[in-house]
Design a protein around this ligand. Sequence first.
Ligand code: IPE
Ligand code: IPE
Ligand code: MG
Length: 232
Amino acid sequence: MAVPRHVAIIMDGNGRWAKKRMLPRIAGHRKGIEAARNVTRAAGDLGIEVLTLYAFSTENWRRPAEEVSDLMGLLRHFIQTDIEELAQNGVRLRIIGNYKALAPDLVALIDDAIERTAQNSRTTLVIALNYGSQAELVSVMRDVAQRARDGKLDPAAIDEAMIDNLLDTHGLPPPDLLIRTSGEQRLSNFMLWQLAYAELLFVDTLWPDFGAQSLADAVADYGARERRFGGL
Ligand code: IPE
Ligand code: IPE
Ligand code: MG
């Protein structure tokens, strides 16, 4: 059965998971990190080459300052506690999104983690952090426009491959399967270009309840689909 090379996940529902248990939202985010850890392990076991996890969007800054700071704290903690295991398990870490705008100590931790895992090749874990697809595309357009204005680029030479190469995801295959948890059916500014031909799967499971078996089920669902890419 076909295994998707690249699975991208919009991890949604942490807050609702906590609310159902009358716990603070951060308890849901904490559980959500556990789910991310389990799913990363499972992705390697299933032979998925690239796993992209949407962790923080450019719009998530609209949340209360306390929640934003809780999320950043959990992320800091995750990198510190998990980098060793990731490095040992052949996971290469990549970030998409403007993570350089985060706190300097967090940026340093992330850069160190990227460097430490750069030679790994079993699974690529892409974390979308301070990521927004529209911001990503705007930066590509600025780059292209600047080069055209400088006379270094003929607009007629702009093609899909050139755009691919300028995106944060350059060098990665496009997602074959997009999963969104928690029953919401929207993209929330996630990988608008890259998802052009992805298979979409919306599941009701809240992210903290999503585990290795949920990922295996999603992969089985994908395996039963027929992809056409516009052909017959
Ligand atoms: C996903 O869970 C985590 C992030 C967006 C950071 P939410 O925090 O969006 O949970 P709900 O949607 O409120 O349940
Ligand atoms: C999308 O979830 C962003 C992440 C999972 C990081 P949100 O919970 O922020 O999305 P909306 O606001 O419900 O669309
Ligand atoms: Mg949400």
